[in-house]
Write a protein that binds this ligand. Structure first.
Ligand code: AMP
Length: 502
């Protein structure tokens, strides 16, 4: 299928062709036709699948075909997204895809002055992209009204939930007109989101895109066993001894990110970091210097890095293993964007062995152990009997007391896989509770104590957003797209049924 078969308005076709898109990604191929018919959609997809265009293109097409003036302070389309970075990027996508159209856009997020946003909204816009906190602020001040929304997109619903925005979202939804088209996107489907979707969507088409397997398979993964205290020196050693042109290093905490960055800088390795405590300006500066090859290493926490479309990252290094196996997939996916191959190196200290097992279960493959480094600890993975959370079972084919050895081959990895229990979302949800920034608890506390929404989004959200803001960096993120490569994905398309309760 090519874009012509999707019957999008001519200026939109020209715009996407100019961006180098030739073939719709699976989510685009499956979502765009029903969206053009006005159907609701439940999209289970994460960043990197082309989901922005999957909703932006039919929305632009609709607005172009049915020209009406937006009402003052109103908008015809509302896209709600968790972070300001994502909001900027989505808005930039609408700008790029809608280049040949004369549609007005607005972006609302915290952390910046509200006056320009108020001015933009005073005349009304065709497309409004917003984060929930500031949007509610402006609505309560009477600067924004949502009673003329025709299309509502709830993006990254599971992140919204993680970040404590679920009540804000419900407040926004309560003000939308009953007659509308609704799209909900979420990378995962925890019960709260399934419940929200059931109430929000009317007879939706369900499109599920699972890029994990294809992405993971393209990446050369390794795990390095190391004592916690040696991790920084191991990182330094890797960067000094190996050709690693551009590395994205993940730490679990903001403090850890700062410490690692300082250690590298002290040892003459150029590094910068992004995390939720950094100001918007500092994060953007860090991203730009990484993007421009001024620094070789970018240290990030999961939330700060989420969704950022980094350019050609040669290596992802997991300085700490994530508590959620899915975060591992998100992290290492940064090195295999748009069909590229990449390398992912994970440090694993003795306390992280159970996390490694959870990851291996999630990706349904063993991560080869690389013992050829000076800080190798030869203690094998802790026994599943002591570490595996209750009810998860031990895995056949992986002796619990296996001693870390040299890198295992793919064939060895492949053996014993077939009879391993498959990871389900339920299993993943049962993994150890995540210790990360912007937990719902923190965020809600701030909300309740009246901290302005700008802070809520700035600190708790961190950039889930991809690129530093596409607007600020032109379309370098589109560079990969213009090669004609498409984000790989397997899709399933199942008609889902649920009733809207309005
Ligand atoms: P998204 O999941 O929306 O963040 O998109 C991920 C990346 O894929 C972005 O850099 C898009 O520019 C790019 N992209 C989206 N659709 C296509 C397509 N049909 N062909 C090539 N690249 C695409």
């Amino acid at each position: 299928m090519d874009f012509q078969t999707l019957k999008l308005a001519k200026p939109i076709q020209t715009a996407i062709l100019n961006l180098g898109y030739t073939i719709p990604t699976p989510i685009q191929a499956q979502a765009i036709p029903p969206l053009q018919e006005g159907r609701d959609l439940l999209g289970i997809a994460q960043t990197g699948t082309g989901k922005t265009a999957a909703f932006a293109l039919p929305i632009l097409d609709r607005l172009h075909r049915d020209r009406r003036r937006a009402r003052p302070k109103g908008t015809r389309v509302l896209i709600l997204t968790p972070t300001r970075e994502l909001a900027s990027q989505i808005d930039a996508s609408f700008r790029d895809y809608g280049k040949g159209l004369t549609l007005s856009r607005g972006v609302i997020f915290g952390g910046v002055g509200q006056n320009p946003q108020v001015r933009t909204m005073s005349r009304g816009v065709d497309i409004l992209t917003a984060t929930p906190g500031r949007l509610l602020d402006l609505m309560s001040q009477g600067h924004v009204r949502l009673d003329s929304v025709e299309v509502f997109v709830l993006d990254e619903a599971d992140r919204m939930l993680d970040m404590g925005f679920i009540h804000d979202i419900r407040r926004v939804i309560a003000t939308l007109p009953a007659k509308r088209q609704t799209l909900l996107f979420s990378a995962t489907m925890p019960p709260e989101i399934a419940e929200l979707a059931a109430g929000l969507l009317s007879d939706p088409i369900r499109v599920e895109v699972t890029p994990q397997a294809t992405t993971v398979e393209r990446i050369d993964q390794k795990v390095l066993y190391v004592a916690k205290a040696d991790k920084r020196r191991l990182l330094q050693n890797l960067l000094e001894q190996h050709p690693i042109p551009r590395a994205l290093v993940f730490t679990r905490t903001k403090h850890g990110a700062d410490q690692v960055t300082k250690h590298l800088e002290k040892n003459a390795i150029s590094a910068t970091c992004i995390h939720g405590n950094k100001s918007q300006g500092a994060r953007e500066r860090a991203l730009v210097s990484f993007r421009n090859h001024e620094v070789r290493v970018l240290v990030a926490t999961d939330i700060a890095a989420r969704g950022i479309d980094f350019p050609a990252v040669s290596h992802v290094i997991n300085f700490d293993l994530p508590h959620e196996p899915e975060s591992y997939v998100h992290r290492i996916g940064r090195t295999a964007r748009a069909g590229a191959e990449g390398a992912a190196i994970s440090f694993c200290d003795p306390e992280e062995r159970s996390l490694l097992r959870d990851i291996e279960r999630c990706i349904r493959q063993s991560v080869p152990v690389d013992a050829a480094h000076p800080f190798h600890t030869d203690a094998g993975p802790a026994s599943p009997a002591t570490k595996t959370p209750a009810g998860r079972g031990s895995r056949p084919g992986r002796g619990g007391g296996r001693v870390a050895g040299p890198t295992r081959t793919r064939e060895e990895v492949g053996r014993g896989r077939g009879d391993r229990p498959q990871a389900s979302r339920g299993n993943q949800a049962a993994a150890s509770p995540p210790a990360r920034e912007g937990t719902p608890g923190n965020t809600r506390d701030k909300v309740r104590t009246g901290v302005p929404s700008s802070d809520r989004e700035g600190n708790s959200a961190g950039p889930r957003g991809h690129r530093p803001t596409r607007a600020a960096t032109s379309r370098s993120s589109m560079g990969s797209a213009s090669t004609g490569n498409r984000p790989a994905a397997n899709t399933r398309n199942i008609e889902g049924k649920s009733r809207r309760q309005k």
